[in-house]
Design a protein around this ligand. Sequence first.
Ligand SMILES: CC(C)(COP(=O)(O)OP(=O)(O)OC[C@H]1O[C@@H](n2cnc3c(N)ncnc32)[C@H](O)[C@@H]1OP(=O)(O)O)[C@@H](O)C(=O)NCCC(=O)NCCS
Length: 217
Amino acid sequence: MIAELLPAGLVGWAERFDDVEPDDLYPQEAATVARAVPKRRREFATGRRLARRALAELGVPPAPILPGDRGAPGWPAGVVGSITHCPGYRAAVVGLSDRVTTIGLDAEPDEPLPPGVLDEVSLPAERDRIAQLGPGGVSWDRLLFCAKEAVYKAWFPLTRRWLGFTEAHVDLGPDGTFTARPLVSTPVEQFSGVWRSEKNLLLAVIVLPSDGARSGR
Ligand SMILES: CC(C)(COP(=O)(O)OP(=O)(O)OC[C@H]1O[C@@H](n2cnc3c(N)ncnc32)[C@H](O)[C@@H]1OP(=O)(O)O)[C@@H](O)C(=O)NCCC(=O)NCCS
């Protein structure tokens, strides 16, 4: 599902629609979820398995990926990446940091947000955009939320700073693209992403290539 959202040859990726059993976590990883409920342990383990499979695509040997600052995954040196899990879907996308600056990935069920949530996580201009997009088989409110979480996952490794839901303006395109403009001091003026709706799931992905990769060096 995710392959066609990704720039060919730039990233490694892996996805699943269920959990791996048994897990193959490193002891240090297992320790971080030892007290978590079984569902959380399973999604964490599946994310790690997928991340290592994605790393292997780039020729990076398997290594522990420990949760770091504010929950961001601690990738091996020279790697950037992102992990997501939601009911019925798990995925990881990684890149080498000399070619990719940051990655943000989020998946959500394609169903409307609970009442009242949209107002809390959106700007008036974003709600106007959703109203313009109108009904079309996609839960636009949930897609906005999904794109914003992908923005945060791309933003955090660059800044190590929190970014609130109303601190970036996300503009959803009906053509499967979106842009996000942080409204606070930022090293990246605009993030460009792509989205897809399929199998009752929404996926939003940002892959920001490095200057070198952009100029073909
Ligand atoms: C962190 C957050 C984005 C995770 O999203 P989610 O939909 O709840 O959960 P997902 O399963 O998609 O993603 C979880 C994964 O995100 C990654 N993640 C967690 N914190 C992260 C961070 N600070 N930076 C980057 N990635 C992070 C982890 O890999 C985590 O999985 P793991 O714990 O198994 O390793 C969300 O919980 C959150 O805090 N959102 C508020 C901030 C925000 O979205 N702002 C919007 C800005 S416009």
